[in-house]
Design a protein around this ligand. Structure first.
Ligand SMILES: Nc1ncnc2c1ncn2[C@@H]1O[C@H](COP(=O)(O)OP(=O)(O)OP(=O)(O)O)[C@@H](O)[C@H]1O
Ligand SMILES: [Mg+2]
Length: 275
């Protein structure tokens, strides 16, 4: 049997009806189980299209997709049991009258037993910082709160593969950190595809895909990408402040201000010793 958690695309090509340009063009990649993969690239690069093809919302014009050993186009219901998606716009995902029903929705579809369902829903709502929101109506929530509800629904299901399309785009700074730390917890035990415009969210990724104009412009590691000024520029990517400062100072890669301060201190100490 094919591996249950890998993602594979072979020569994947897709264009929206009536569109002059291909939204995805000849994309081939293979993601082993448990890998944490970032997806970056300019607006219109094809990131959300890739997510939609992976969960069977769209069907490829040519090429092949497999997720968790299944073809999402022919087995969409099976795929959705194993693959959780967080869409870029949370309004598309919220369907139930109350927050708690929405978070339970995926579990109901899976036929999870009542008591376990209640416990998983409670835990998932708390883990995204929304305890007390159980009986709120989703349409009365702010954008970031809706995004958290959608994430809670995903966490409650505990899918094998998570497809996250800009999961932090609508969140405040603290919310962004909370969601990223949940994503990091999951990475390793789950396959995670994390689409983002913020490279600093991908410091912990095993791998980064760059999509530009529907093509896979790079399939690399965060460190390689961050140190390739041309690749960054060509794909409208901007280095986060701390690594940029480190690079400008001729220091090795640093992710946090503390690491940068330590690197500066080390260099001045070594400089003094050398004199
Ligand atoms: N429903 C649609 N109908 C027609 N064209 C579409 C549709 N959705 C996306 N496109 C086009 O397909 C291309 C890829 O779009 P996609 O949404 O995948 O980009 P993206 O990388 O997710 O961009 P962003 O960073 O803005 O979210 C773009 O040229 C876009 O205009
Ligand atoms: Mg998108």
């Amino acid at each position: 049997m094919a591996d249950p958690t890998s993602i594979s695309c072979e020569h994947l090509t897709f264009s929206y009806p009536g569109a002059a340009e291909l939204a995805l063009s000849d994309v081939s990649l293979k993601i082993p189980p448990g890998q944490y993969v970032g997806v970056v690239g300019p607006n219109g690069g094809g990131k959300s299209t890739l997510v939609r093809l992976l969960n069977g919302l769209l069907t490829a014009d040519s090429g092949r997709v497999q997720v968790a050993g299944l073809d999402p186009a022919t087995e969409p219901f099976e795929v959705r049991r194993l693959v959780g998606v967080l869409f870029q716009n949370p309004d598309n995902g919220l369907v139930a009258p109350f927050v708690e029903d929405d978070v339970a929705f995926g579990l109901e579809n899976l036929g999870v037993e009542r008591a376990e369902m209640r416990e998983r829903v409670r835990e998932a709502i708390a883990s995204v910082g929304l305890a007390g929101y159980e009986r709120r109506e989703p349409h009365t929530l702010s954008g970031g709160e809706k995004q958290r509800v959608a994430l809670a629904g995903l966490l409650a299901v505990r899918p094998e593969v998570l497809l996250l399309d800009e999961p932090t785009a609508m969140l405040d700074a603290a919310g962004r950190e909370e969601v990223l730390s949940r994503v990091r917890d999951l990475a390793g035990s789950r396959t995670v595809l994390h689409v983002t415009h913020h490279l600093q969210e991908l410091f912990d990724a095993d791998r980064v895909l760059v999509l530009n104009g529907g093509r896979l412009a790079a399939d690399t590691t965060p460190l390689e990408l961050f140190s390739d000024a041309e690749l960054l520029r060509e794909n409208r990517l901007v280095l986060p402040t701390v690594p940029k400062l480190a690079a400008d100072l001729g220091l090795p890669f640093c992710r946090t201000p503390e690491e940068l301060a330590a690197a500066v201190a080390r260099r001045s100490r070594d400089g003094v010793q050398a004199r």
